[in-house]
Structure formats: structure tokens, C-alpha cells
Write a protein that binds this ligand. Structure first.
Ligand code: SF4
Ligand code: SF4
Length: 683
């Protein structure tokens, strides 16, 4: 591998290391505690979901809470025993909040789950295995980052959509007093390297840089020897870096090893880097190779209040007092006589032991020793008052600026302090308080002994609460607006449909009117009285009742005209001296005969096919009928006179006249009959 050029970061401090106290003996194994308190939410992300019940017998390594959601981690029974409670218990956290825990009373057997004990979960060729299988096993085994943040490792290693150039292994362990990683590397270097090989496979990184401070020579040698033993030096390099606090910060270590800066709002994968703690490497190896879940870790127990500072393999959930007792805890040494900050009274309060989870820079002072060890508990520090005085006598800020000089993130700690103290959270945010890694370097150098980090933690907590509330409010707002939008949309749709229906109705009405107007126009147009309309009219006409009476009148008139013409011809023939043109009258007779014939035929046809109009008889009708009857009688009288004359003169016209008279007689009878019918109907 190419020689590595080291870089540096701004600020930083060099506090007394106090590491040698706990590295004098090999890693010890803690005797089994009688009871374990196992929190189900000891990682970043959603708490796991408990799958056991009170009274259940559990084996060591048995799943007791499964991951709930993508960013979550499984929790397993650290030993065999009986679940005696599933309850809220106080957790070792700044907030002092409680969290759900599975309480297991140990049966003293420390009996592994059969599958693990039998070795059926063991796998040798894990480097030839699919990444998805490896990731799933890491998830199943509940592996989380052991460096402090406790981020689920399976999530961090799922980088299939990113190109990772470098895997950075954080072996710096820069905080004073803590030597858990140091002892791990000294004693289990090969397991660490095996874990790194698995991570290299998962990330497909070209190389791995193990960043380790130069104050751990034994660990450095052990790692190099392990690498050499398996010929893995080509891809994995142990990089010794100068001891400076906090070079073990993820961003600081990446900067030292690669010169790259992780974006403020980004993660290392954004710049092609994945960073894992050295302890996590061993946990991953044990999970992949043996199916062992994360149920224990190496924890440093140190400080002047314990007689045997050392590193101990501790089961997760072990009450801290059990570890303290194992290390020879001397309570009298750890008592802190805390002064009240009130200048007026200067009264004292009851002294109590001071136990810190973590180191002196970033650790959390615990409220009591009953709290459990977590997956992230790398150190339990029980200092004496002389060794680590409490910052309870803070004085006013003298604006010395020392805090700014040492800040590794290049923040303005003094400003952040003022904003946090005044509750000006928006200003604290503007000054990037979110980037503060809570390293405590500023507090360490502050001549006024102001517990600066505590102010930042408080402010960050408040901002987080505010953000959660704001997000909740935003979600409610979004839901409300979405609902309102939906209601508005539905109302608009309804209105649009209503308007469309109204418009369609109006259009149809207009079309109807237009059609009616056109029809009226068409009907009234003389030139459009064409065949179509003619047909219709003809049809209409064909439906009209035929006026037989009218036809009859026409026929009568035609017959009368015919008779007159025939009489004239008879006169002309009878008068030899007449000069009138006989042919003209004969032609007229022929025409009138045709007309009589046509009308007679028409009447006959009409009587056959056309509906006969049955008129309601009226007074006028009767008068007309009587009038016709009188006219017919007058006509017959005249005809009779002509017949008589023709008989007297023995004229040739006599037969025709007689025939006409007969017809008139017939007509007279019809009229009389009609009148009789009329009278009958009236009565
Ligand atoms: S180191 Fe302390 S006293 Fe000095 S400026 Fe910062 S907060 Fe103020
Ligand atoms: S605690 Fe925050 S503000 Fe203080 S030195 Fe560390 S990073 Fe900077």
C-alpha cells in the first residue's frame, strides 16, 4: 500500500491520558450477575419490539426483541434465565429518562442457545458469501457501533448504491482513561482483522486504514502481526497518528487519515468513506463466523475509586454496581462534596458517589449504580474528587477565547454558551451548534470552569424537542392542508360537473329551439315545398277526410252543364235555320262528359278508401240540405217541362232528357233520404 500522508485538524487538547492504570492486566471476565436489565432501545433508531413475556425461560443469545423498522437493532438475552419483568427503567443517559427493559433473572447456567452452542451457525467461507446474507446476519445479531453512537451496523454497511474508496477503522480511542479498544487490539487483533475483511467485502472499498494513536504501541504491534500472519497488508494498513484529543472523532480521524472533510450536513459515505469502530469489527466477525449476537462488550473500569482498574468482558444489561464491586470499588473515595452554587448560603448537600459512564471528557454522570451496561458502554469511571473535580463552582466567562482555540470543529463555544444559557436556540442553531461533537475540549480549558458541554447538550435537546414538535405540527399541517385540498377539489369537481350538466342542458335547449326555428323556416319556405314536404303534405292530405258532399256538388254542377250543352245541341238540330256552330257545343258536351265521369270515379274511389267524414249535423247543414232539395225539385220541374215538350214535339232528345230526369229523380230521393237521416239523428 502507498505511504499514507497524515493531516491534522484545528484545535484539540492534550489532557493527561490516565490509560496505563487499566492496561496492566488482561481482559477479565465478569462473574455472572444475578439479574440483568436489558434495554430494548440502546441504539440510534426505533426501539426493538419485545417478543418474550414475563415468565419465559430464555437461553443465552436468544432473541428477546426484534428490530422494528429499518434503523433499529435486535436485542438478545445476555445469559440464560427467566424473564421476570418487562418494565420501564431508568437508563444511563443525560436526560435521566426511562426506557423499556427486559429484566432477566440469571439461572446461573449461562447456557447458550442450542444452535450457537452446537456450532450449527458457524461458517468458514463467509468471504464467499453473498453480501445480502452477511448484512442480514449482522442485523439478526443486533450489531451496533461500539464506539459510542450505537448506530445499527447493518444499516451503515448497506452501501450498495455508493462507491466507497476507503474503509476507515477508528482505533484512536483518544479519550483519557478508556482502554477497552486498546486491550481488544492487544488480545484479539486477528478477530479484528477478520472483521475488517468482512467489512471490506461489504463496502467493496479499495483499502482500509486503521487509525490508531501512537500511545498504544502494543496494540499497533499486535495489529501489524495479525495482518502479516494472514498476508493482508496489501489492502489493510495500520496508520499511527499523533496523540491529540479528540482525534477519535469520526470527522477528525477521517481528516487526519485522508485529508478529506465530511460535509456538515453529510455522512462519510458522501465522500466515499465508511468509518467503523475497532470493537465493531470484532463483533461483526463473531456474528458472521459463529452467529453470536452482541450480548457483551469490553468495558474499562477505572478511576481512583476502584482498587483494580482493568478491562472486563461485561454482559449487556449488567448493573454497573456489579462491575464496580468486581473492580474493588471504594465508595468513600468516590464521594463528592458538592457545593451549592448559591453564594449567599454556601450550604452543602449530602455527598454522593460520582460514577461516570464514558470518559472524563464526554462521559455521563450516573444518578446511581443500579443502571445497566449498554452496547455503547466503553468505560465506567469512578474517580476521586481530587482526581476529577466537579465543575460546580463555575464563575463568569472572562472572554479569554481559549475555548475557541481548542474547538476541533472550529465553532465559537463562548457564543454557543451565551445563546444556550439565554435560550436563544435559533441563534445557537445559526452558529452551528448541531456540529458540536460534545468533545468537552472547551470545558476542559475553560478557566472559569463553566460546564460548557452541559449547556450545549441542554440546548441541543431543546432544539431536538422543538424540531420534533415542529415536524409533528408540520405533519398535522400537511395532513390538514391535504384534507382541505381534497375537500376543495371534490367541491370544485362537483361544481364543474354541475356546470357541465347545466351547459349541456342549455345547449340541448338551444339546439332544440334552433331545430324548431329551422323547421318553421323550412315549412314556410316556398322553394322548399319540395318532394319531401309534398310527400308529407300528400300523406297528410291522404289522411284528411274526403269531402264527398263537395265532390257531389261538383258532379251535380258538371252534370247540369252537360245537360245544358246537350239541350243546346238539341235546339240547334231542331232549328234548321240556326247558324250556330254545332261542333262547338258537341265538343263542350264531350268535355263535360269527361269531367262528370272523372268526378263520379273520384267519388266512387273516395267512398271506397277514404274515411268518411261524419260531420255533426248542424242547423246550417239542415238548411243547406233543404236548399239543395228545393233546387233539385226546381231542376226536375224544368227537366220535366222539357221532357213534356220533347214528347209533344217528338224530339230526338227525349230519351236523353228522360234519362236526365230519372237521374235527377234519383238525386232527389237521395236528398230526401239524407234529410230524413238528418232528422232521425237529431231526434
Ligand atoms: S474558555 Fe470559558 S471563560 Fe474563556 S471565553 Fe470560553 S467560556 Fe469564556
Ligand atoms: S464541545 Fe463542542 S464547542 Fe466545545 S470544543 Fe468540542 S466541539 Fe467545540
Amino acid at each position: 500500500m502507498q505511504p499514507i500522508t497524515l493531516h491534522t485538524f484545528e484545535g484539540g487538547i492534550h489532557p493527561p491520558e490516565n490509560k496505563h492504570q487499566s492496561t496492566q492486566t488482561p481482559i477479565a471476565t465478569l462473574p455472572l450477575p444475578p439479574q440483568l436489565i436489558v434495554p430494548i432501545g440502546q441504539h440510534i433508531g426505533a426501539p426493538a419490539e419485545v417478543i418474550v413475556a414475563v415468565g419465559d425461560q430464555v437461553a443465552k443469545g436468544q432473541l428477546i426483541a426484534k428490530p422494528k423498522g429499518f434503523i433499529s437493532a435486535a436485542v438478545h438475552a445476555p445469559t440464560s434465565g427467566i424473564v421476570t419483568a418487562i418494565a420501564q427503567r431508568e437508563l444511563p443517559h443525560n436526560s435521566g429518562l426511562e426506557g423499556w427493559c427486559v429484566v432477566i433473572d440469571s439461572d446461573g447456567e449461562d447456557r447458550w442457545l442450542e444452535e450457537i452452542a452446537s456450532g450449527s451457525h458457524n461458517i468458514d467461507n463467509y468471504l464467499d458469501t453473498e453480501n445480502t446474507w452477511l448484512i442480514q446476519r449482522i442485523r439478526d445479531c443486533g450489531i451496533t457501533g461500539l464506539g459510542g453512537a450505537s448506530f445499527p451496523t447493518a444499516v451503515k454497511m448497506s452501501v450498495e448504491n455508493r462507491t466507497i474508496e476507503t474503509l476507515v477503522i477508528n482505533a484512536a480511542e483518544c479519550e483519557p482513561y478508556i482502554t477497552a479498544d486498546d486491550s481488544l487490539m492487544r488480545e484479539r487483533a486477528l478477530e479484528v482483522i477478520y472483521g475488517i475483511q468482512i467489512m471490506l467485502k461489504l463496502t467493496a472499498a479499495k483499502s482500509c486504514l486503521i487509525g490508531i494513536e501512537d500511545n498504544k504501541p502494543e496494540a499497533i504491534e499486535a495489529l501489524k502481526a495479525a495482518l502479516k500472519s494472514i498476508h493482508a497488508e496489501q489492502r489493510i494498513a495500520v496508520v499511527t497518528i499523533p496523540t491529540k484529543y479528540p482525534s477519535g472523532g469520526e470527522r477528525q480521524l477521517i481528516k487526519i487519515l485522508t485529508g478529506k472533510e465530511v460535509p456538515n450536513d453529510g455522512i462519510p459515505a458522501d465522500i466515499g468513506i465508511v468509518c467503523q469502530n475497532v470493537g465493531t469489527c470484532e463483533a461483526v466477525y463473531k456474528a458472521i463466523a459463529f452467529g453470536q449476537p452482541l450480548i457483551s462488550r469490553i468495558t474499562t473500569i477505572t478511576g481512583e475509586s476502584v482498587s483494580q482498574p482493568q478491562n472486563v468482558e461485561v454482559l449487556i444489561g449488567t448493573p454497573i454496581k456489579h462491575l464496580l464491586e468486581f473492580a474493588g470499588f471504594q465508595q468513600e473515595k468516590s464521594l463528592f462534596q458538592k457545593l451549592l452554587s448559591s453564594v449567599k448560603t454556601q450550604a452543602t448537600i449530602q455527598p454522593k458517589p460520582r460514577i461516570i459512564m464514558g470518559g472524563p471528557m464526554m462521559g455521563v454522570t450516573l444518578s446511581n449504580a443500579e443502571l445497566p451496561i449498554l452496547k455503547s458502554s466503553n468505560c465506567i469511571l469512578a474517580p476521586s474528587q481530587k482526581e476529577l473535580p466537579a465543575n460546580d463552582v463555575a464563575s463568569a466567562c472572562i472572554r479569554c477565547g481559549l475555548c475557541t482555540e481548542v474547538c476541533p470543529v472550529e465553532l465559537l463555544p463562548q457564543q454557543l454558551y451565551w445563546f444556550s444559557k439565554a435560550g436563544e436556540l435559533d441563534k445557537a442553531e445559526q452558529h452551528n451548534i448541531a456540529d458540536c461533537i460534545e468533545c468537552g475540549a472547551c470545558s476542559y480549558v475553560c478557566p472559569s470552569q463553566i460546564p460548557l458541554v452541559q449547556y450545549y447538550r441542554y440546548a441541543k435537546g431543546e432544539i431536538k424537542e422543538e424540531r420534533i414538535a415542529q415536524e409533528k405540527s408540520n405533519r398535522s399541517k400537511v395532513r390538514y392542508e391535504a384534507r382541505q385540498e381534497r375537500l376543495d377539489r371534490e367541491a370544485a369537481d362537483k361544481e364543474a360537473k354541475r356546470q357541465a350538466r347545466a351547459a349541456a342542458a342549455e345547449k340541448a335547449q338551444a339546439a332544440k329551439k334552433a331545430a324548431a326555428a329551422k323547421a318553421a323556416l323550412d315549412d314556410s319556405s316556398p322553394e322548399n315545398s319540395n318532394a319531401i314536404n309534398s310527400a308529407a303534405i300528400a300523406e297528410e292530405k291522404s289522411q284528411e277526410p274526403i269531402d264527398l258532399e263537395k265532390l257531389q256538388e261538383q258532379l251535380d254542377a258538371a252534370q247540369a252543364g252537360l245537360k245544358k250543352s246537350m239541350d243546346k245541341i238539341a235546339e240547334i238540330k231542331a232549328d234548321e235555320s240556326s247558324t250556330q256552330d254545332l261542333a262547338v257545343f258537341e265538343k263542350a258536351v264531350a268535355n263535360r262528359r269527361d269531367k262528370v265521369k272523372a268526378l263520379a270515379l273520384q267519388i266512387a274511389e273516395a267512398k271506397k278508401s277514404a274515411p268518411v267524414v261524419k260531420k255533426e249535423p248542424s242547423a246550417d247543414d239542415r238548411a243547406n240540405l233543404e236548399k239543395k232539395l228545393r233546387a233539385q225539385k226546381d231542376r226536375m220541374e224544368k227537366t220535366q217541362q222539357r221532357v213534356d215538350l220533347a214528347k209533344q214535339q217528338d224530339l230526338d232528345s227525349l230519351p236523353a232528357l228522360q234519362k236526365g230526369l230519372d237521374k235527377q229523380m234519383q238525386k232527389l230521393k237521395e236528398l230526401e233520404n239524407e234529410l230524413a237521416q238528418f232528422d232521425k239523428a237529431e231526434n
